[in-house]
Design a protein around this ligand. Structure first.
Ligand SMILES: [Zn+2]
Length: 387
């Protein structure tokens, strides 16, 4: 049984229903969580945590041996942190965690046609898994969006439909398609996607010796990772597998920070910006003006004592360059969390002896056009307009 995250109304799980009558997003109840004994240690992928996922692994259709991404210690801000290399996935971003669980779940229900709206990594992840599963896929993308991601989506066999207008126009096109028989495989609306994202938390738990780290930093556009971290660690806490929740920071670009504004105002309804209230940002993957689950994101962050952090553009670019010189070649969006970590360490908000995990979410190979501009500073970098 699903429930509406906004009004609490219960809903039966059906393929056609993707939101509440009130317009709110649907959520699953918390799952059973994991104990150390429930981890299938012989399985080398994140499917070792299948006991905590809503997909039967025996009937899994698409499998890449995905997950179990490295957690590597590095010096950062004069102290040790651990970078989680979550860009090491088939499509080049952590979004494959969600796509793997969502598409396999839909395949098990006999779904033959899905669609999504995305300007980037989520579309590539859905297209990758749908293509490999033999499921027809359409992705609605804003017209004029970056070429690389469009090419990747099409190469996987998905139909790419360019939609004129702001990012919201692509969403409206996807919402209409949901009324025409195709299943809306949305990374923001379908709660099965968040179930897949939980696996990053389970991996951290195991990699820290079956304990929670003290602090986790992740980029936040819609806040999908933040929500998944909150759900997964709540489940682990209930199962007695951890004794406290980690403090999670959701990191935004100050040039487009609706969650940050809502947090300052103490009102989730303020997490909606007009384009005139934003500036262009290199962090295109999180340049979202209207995150649909703002209430859940803010509550989830507060539960472990974390919050939303907004980082200035120049700090993001600095952090990106520092990472690249350490061999951590990520897309600019992924540099927002490391940039926030530098500020939180400098200010002392994150204690120097804390165990700090920083999620690196997307490959630099996704953003060649932007990266080329950084490498030739005489040229003006192509900034993404928030959508
Ligand atoms: Zn509702």
């Amino acid at each position: 049984m699903l429930h509406c995250a906004d009004c609490g109304a219960p809903h039966l799980e059906t393929l056609a229903r993707w939101r509440c009558d009130c317009g709110g997003p649907l959520s699953l109840p918390l799952g059973p969580g994991l104990t150390r004994a429930a981890v299938c240690a012989g399985e080398p992928s994140f499917w070792r945590y299948a006991a905590a996922l809503p997909v039967r692994p025996d009937a899994r259709g698409v499998y890449f041996g995905e997950g179990m991404t490295p957690l590597v210690p590095r010096r950062w801000g004069g102290r040790r942190v651990d970078f989680k290399l979550d860009f090491l996935f088939p499509s080049g971003s952590f979004k494959d965690r969600g796509a793997a669980v969502l598409i396999n779940a839909l395949a098990q229900r006999g779904v033959e046609q899905v669609h999504a709206d995305s300007s980037g990594n989520a579309g590539a992840a859905i297209a990758t898994y749908a293509g490999a599963a033999g499921i027809g896929c359409t992705v609605y993308v804003p017209a004029g969006n970056s070429v690389g991601k469009r090419v990747q989506i099409a190469a996987c066999g998905a139909r790419v439909v360019e939609v004129e207008g702001p990012r919201e126009a692509s969403f409206r096109a996807a919402a209409r398609a949901a009324d025409e028989g195709s299943v809306y495989a949305s990374h923001n609306w379908n709660p099965l996607f968040a179930e897949g994202l939980k696996t990053v938390a389970f991996e951290l738990w195991e990699q820290y010796g079956f304990q929670a780290p003290d602090v986790i930093l992740a980029p936040a556009g819609y806040g999908g990772i933040v929500l998944a971290l909150d759900r997964a660690f709540q489940e682990l806490l209930r199962a007695g597998a951890v004794d406290r929740l980690p403090r999670v920071y959701g990191c935004q670009s100050a040039n487009c920070a609706p969650l940050h504004r809502a947090a300052l105002a103490g009102d989730p309804a303020r997490a909606a910006l007009d384009l005139s209230e934003t500036l262009p940002t290199v962090a295109e993957g999180i340049a979202s003006t209207r995150p649909v689950r703002a209430r859940e994101v803010l509550e989830g962050l507060a539960r472990g004592g974390g919050r939303v952090v907004a980082v200035a553009e120049e700090r993001i670019v600095e952090a990106w360059a520092l990472l690249a010189r350490q061999g951590l070649y990520v897309e600019p969006t992924s540099a927002v969390a490391p940039a926030a970590a530098l500020e939180l360490l400098e200010s002392g908000e994150v204690p120097r002896d804390a165990r700090v995990a920083i999620l690196l979410t997307g490959s630099g190979l996704k953003a060649t056009e932007r990266v080329a501009a950084f490498s030739r500073p005489a040229e003006r970098p192509p900034l993404a307009t928030p959508a």
